[in-house]
Design a protein around this ligand. Structure first.
Ligand code: 5RP
Length: 261
């Protein structure tokens, strides 16, 4: 692995503890102005200091984030469908040329695959093409194992999708927490972060983050459970406490509750 790749990975995964809090606000590429992301700048400004990286689209980066920002960027580079296109949802391809990712000085890119859907091949070949381009420039690829309709978020499925992403060359895998999650981690040769998924009560989301870390995940790439929280700052502080300060769920929930006060 060349110096550049190692340097960029060190901006995504904190070398001090090998963990990461990635704030995901890339949802607009297929969900539009989803609740909480009506204005990405006003939402992320108070949150950035508690995150290791910001995951978003190039349009969000250019239009909402100051170029002087210090937070490392993980750029969403796959897309192509909207939430209206139910039958073809997440049938994604390349939406950002590697040259634009380089111009935007990103620390990493994110590409979704949809294992198990009829169009899985398109997403998988799109991922591998992007990995080949990124290897040329020393840019790490976070493979997102999206979960299509009718596909269960169980350890068997998520182990398959995560291991495929790693074998195809992804440097980091983002998947979902599930029962027996340690089985997903043990069979994946690259670091795993968990997405938060749909909004759930803060205490449950914190328990999930804690359980994922205990099972071997290196952190989270959380979006809706932060920016749709009743107190996004309190929530990301609490998630950060679990990921980087070894807080237990109850202690972290106290961080969340005390922030409001
Ligand atoms: C959507 C994504 C999101 O970045 C990912 O799901 C993380 O966000 P959330 O915690 O809201 O699930 O990749 O396809």
């Amino acid at each position: 692995m060349d110096w550049g790749m190692k340097n960029r990975i060190s901006k995504i995964i904190n070398p001090k503890d090998g963990h990461t809090v990635m704030l995901a606000v890339d949802h607009g590429y297929f969900m539009g102005p989803t609740t909480g992301l009506e204005n990405i700048k006003t939402m992320t400004d108070p949150l950035i200091k508690y995150a290791d990286t910001l995951m978003l689209t190039r349009g969000a980066l250019r239009n909402y984030i100051d170029p002087e920002t210090k937070i490392p960027i993980v750029l969403r580079v796959s897309g192509g469908t909207s939430i209206l296109n139910e039958n073809n949802l997440l049938h994604e391809g390349i939406i950002v040329d590697i040259e634009d990712a380089i111009r935007l000085n990103v620390s990493g890119v994110a590409f979704s695959i949809l294992v198990g859907q009829s169009f899985e091949r398109d997403t998988i070949l799109g991922l591998t093409k992007y990995i080949d381009e990124c290897e040329r420039y020393g840019i790490p690829v976070l493979a997102v194992t999206a979960v299509g309709k009718g596909l269960g978020k169980d350890a068997k499925y998520l182990s398959l999708a995560s291991r495929m992403a790693a074998e195809l060359g992804a440097h980091i895998v983002k998947t979902y927490y599930c029962k027996d999650f340690e089985k997903v981690v043990e069979t994946c040769p690259v670091p795993i972060v968990i997405a938060g998924g749909k909004k759930i009560p803060e205490q449950e989301a914190l328990q999930m983050a804690y359980d994922a870390l205990q099972a071997g995940a290196i952190g989270v790439d959380m979006g809706r459970n932060v920016f749709q929280s009743s107190d996004p700052v309190g929530m990301i502080k609490a998630v950060n406490a679990i990921v980087h300060s070894k807080y237990k769920p109850k202690e972290a929930f106290d961080v969340f509750k005390s922030n409001k006060k």
